[in-house]
Structures are given as C-alpha cells and as structure tokens.
Design a protein around this ligand. Structure first.
Ligand SMILES: [Zn+2]
Length: 225
C-alpha cells in the first residue's frame, strides 16, 4: 500500500518576516542580506519578477544568473530562512513599456501577498543615491508603488508597511556591507551589451543610471574592478 502525502494537510511555514523583491542587483542584495542575517528567526518570501519587454532579454539573462548564484551562496553560508518564487511577464509587443518596472513588481508582489495573507511588510532596496535623481520626485513614486500594492493586496497602511532599511546608506556603503564574494555575483546594469560581435558574454554598459552610480562608487571602492 502506498501512502501519498497530502500537501493540503501539511502545515506550511508562515512568512512572518515579510516579502523581499529580489532583482539580483546591489541594492536588493543588500536588503536581502540585511534581513536574513538580522532576523534569523524570521521566515522570508523572496520573489524575482522577470520583465521581458522589447529590450530586456540581456538584462534578464544576467539578473537571473545573479539571483541563482546569490541564493546558492546564501544557502551554502547557512542562511536558509527564506523561500524563493519566480514570476515572468512577457510584453515585447507593447513597444516602449507604458509602465515603470517597479509598478509591475509591486503589482506582482501584491498577488503573492494575496496568496500568503500573513505577510505584513515588504522590504524595498532604496538607497540614499536614489533620492538624488534630477526631475523626479522619488518619494511620490514610492507612494504610488505603495498605493498599487495595498490596493491589489487588499491591505492598508495600518496593517502593511513598506520597509526601506538601507535608505540611509549610499551604494558604496552597501557594497562595503556585502561579503565580497556575494557582491561579485550581483548584477545591476540595465542594458548589458555583448563583449564583442557574436559573443554571448555580456558586459556592463557603463551609461545606464545604475552603472553611472556604480562606476562612481568603484573609484572609492577597493577590492573590485
Ligand atoms: Zn549599465
């Protein structure tokens, strides 16, 4: 006689730590590392939202490589207080994306929170550098993302918080916070380019906003080139 385990009767571990959107970049890696190491008794849900528009295939390739390398690194380091989910959205026929990436990520996070209603906070990888962009009110954008999330997840500001634990730190400070091995696995460039014609090896573009911040920080950062 075979006994088949019924997953419905098995108690799942609650995500009492919260949800962490994880792109594989320096900022979200910093938040992820901070949350897992500072709250070893808590259980987190990590989510990678893969956004395939008309120009993002190279970026998704590198980000997914980074995410899986980092998760393996964390597990090997004994940090296992998380579960990982991956979601994909394909919209290349829309041409220039009509939405900010973060708007889609927050919508996707909200659908996860509907599935796991005990989740009462989201950790966002905002840094001090993010507030220095010209011509945009960054706080207004963050408020909009929070509104999208709470509306779709059916939450309120009283029962759901957006945490930004590293928003007082610059990217350079976060680079110094991360173990060097983990830092070297991150990928933050938005528009990776082939190293040479017909090459699958992709390199940073050095002109997108994250590359500009990283290149500036690298001048002061020792141990990485
Ligand atoms: Zn770049």
């Amino acid at each position: 006689m075979f006994l088949i385990e019924n997953s419905d009767t098995k108690e799942r571990e609650k995500f009492d730590g919260g949800i962490i959107p994880f792109s594989g970049g320096i900022d979200s890696s910093g938040v992820l590392y901070h949350c897992l190491t500072k709250n070893p008794e808590k259980h987190f849900l990590l989510m990678k939202v893969c956004l395939y528009n008309s120009i993002s295939a190279n970026r998704m390739t590198k980000e997914k490589e980074a995410v899986h390398a980092i998760l393996n690194y964390l597990r090997d380091a004994g940090l296992k207080n998380f579960e990982y989910r991956e979601m994909e959205y394909h919209y290349p026929t829309l041409g220039v994306p009509p939405l900010w990436d973060s708007e889609i990520v927050y919508f996707a996070a909200a659908t996860c929170i509907r599935a796991y209603p005990e989740i009462n906070c989201l950790y966002e990888g905002v840094t001090a550098d993010d507030y220095e962009g010209e011509g945009t009110d960054f706080n207004e954008r963050l408020d909009k993302y929070a509104d999208i999330l709470r509306l779709v997840a059916d939450k309120t500001a009283d029962n759901f918080s957006i945490q930004m634990p590293l928003n007082h730190m610059t990217k350079l400070e976060i680079m110094r916070l991360l173990p060097p091995e983990l830092l070297n696995m991150t990928w933050s460039c938005r528009y990776p380019i082939p190293k040479e014609t017909y090459s699958y090896k992709l390199e940073r573009c050095h002109f997108c906003p994250p590359c500009k911040v990283i290149d500036k920080a690298l001048v002061d950062f020792e141990g990485r080139n």
